[in-house]
Structures are given as C-alpha cells and as structure tokens.
Design a protein around this ligand. Sequence first.
Ligand SMILES: [Zn+2]
Length: 331
Amino acid sequence: MTFKDLIGQKQVKQLLTESIQTGRIGHAYMFCGPDGIGRRTMARCFAETLTCSANAAEPCGTCEACVLNANSTNPDLLVIQKQDGKATIGVEEVRLVQDEISTAPQFGRYKVIIFENAEKLTVQAQNALLKTLEEPPPYIVMILISSNNLQILDTVKSRSVKVDFKRYTDKEILEAYGRVKKDGNVDDKLLCEYADGIIGRALSMANTGEQEEICRAVANGMLALSRGGGRALCEFQKIMADYAEKKELLFFTVYSVLRDAAMYAGYGGSVAMQNINETHTICRLSEAIGYHKAMKAIEYVGKAWRMAGQNVNYKLMADSLTIRIQEVFHG
Ligand SMILES: [Zn+2]
C-alpha cells in the first residue's frame, strides 16, 4: 500500500509525504475524523513507509521489514486496539507499549505505534502515554487514531501533530466503489447520499455479502409486514435489532428496498432495481402496497433516521418505526 494507491485526502497525503521527504517526522500524530474516513489505511501506509529499511518516500516492498509488514508481523510496527469485551484501553496496554519503546527498531529508522480508537484510552492511560510523549526516543512515531477529540487530554493533543481527514467528494466515492466492485449495479446518487462523504460506507456497500444478507432479511420482512399480523411485526423488529450495529447500512437498505418497491409500482419493469437479488420479493411487496404507501413509508424511515442521529434510544425508535411502517401498509 502506497500513498498513490489511496483515493482522495490530498492534503493529508501531502503533509505526510512532505514530512517523509524533508525528514521532519513528528513523534506523535493525531488522525482525526469519523469512522470509515480512511484514517486506518492512511496510518498503515505512513507506518509502512517509515518502517521500511529503504528510507524512501514509498515502501520498497521487498526488504524484510516490508515483507513482515505485509503479514502484519513487523516488530517495528505495533497496533494497539481495544481488547474484545473491554470498553477502554487501559494503563496496562500503555505499559506494554513503553517496554517496546525502550528498544530501538530492528530494521528501519523508525518504530511506529498505532493506537486505534485512541478516544478509548483512559485518562490514566493517556497520562502514562504522556510520559513517553514528553521525552520520546528519536526513533518513535505514534499515530493516535481518534473519532472524538473531546476524549483526548489537551496535554496529549498539544504534543501531537493534528491531521484532519475531510469528507470525500461524490466523485471520489464513486471511484472507490468502482475499484472494488466493477460490475456494481448501483444508483450513483443513492450511493453518494448513503456514503455522505465517508469512503468506508461506500466500500461496505461494495462488500456484497453483508449487504445482500441484510437486503434479503429486509425485503422478506417487509413483505410479511405488508401481509399484516403481530408475528410479522415482531419479526421485523427483530431484524432491526439484529443489525443495530450496522444501523447505517440497515437504514439505507430499508430505504432502498422501499424505493425499489415505489419505482416498480410507478414505472413497472422499465426501472432498474437497486436490490437486484431480491427483485422477486420486492415486486410482490410493490404489488401489495403500491406507490403511495411505499413513498409514505420512506418518509417515516427518513424521519426515524434523523432521530437516530440525535442520541435517541435505538430500540424504541426502531420498534416504533416498524409499527409506523405496518400502519402505513395497512392504512
Ligand atoms: Zn522496504
């Protein structure tokens, strides 16, 4: 992975490549931006360049460090993550890092430590980290990846180079999607709306398996809702709960299935469907509810989604949305 391979984030790439070329590398960087904006990939790319023995503007790809980087086994590149089941990164994890920091890199000029979810570092952990940031050995570079700067101590921030990741343009989103899924049958406008400038969302759409699974559940669940009954209601509420972790993709899919149903009701087979794998189910849904009910349900989905951004209880919101949709279908 080299900077050239990465789409967009021109300013970030420029800042990092210039610091490599001039040899003015900071001891700590803070990569800021929402999840899915490409901070991890960029951090990886920067770290692989810094740890390569060639000391060039791009990783050479052939030295021992590069080979180990490809397998994520380079001792000079450490990635610290939140452990499964834990809510925070504690002081113990930072102590481990400090042991590593005391030894020089084995291959290149630098040893890089990436902290994923740096906002999850406890205050004690950050204070422990601060000791290292105050007097770092010359070969240490830390990259703190954070999506919530409010959780980072000012003392840590002031010792880090802040790198802001900007939202991608629609053109870049489409380019990224096209690279991953060449035969993608996707409505460009809809994709950009869903991605909202966040490249990871476009890529998760291209990662077909997951979206197809959600789409099948949503299309079948909605067809059952159109037939009515308490059981269908409970089942759809369960789908909404099962995919709560993926709520963005879930909501987008609910929206796009309803949109397909509306378009089919309005224009028949002449309109290309977004969810091609569920065409059969969506046609039956469309025949059951018709254009206006589908559009009305879309309105409620939009309202619920806006509420989801305002810290409301997800389950309550999802349950009441399901009831609303069924009411609309049977109104
Ligand atoms: Zn190399």
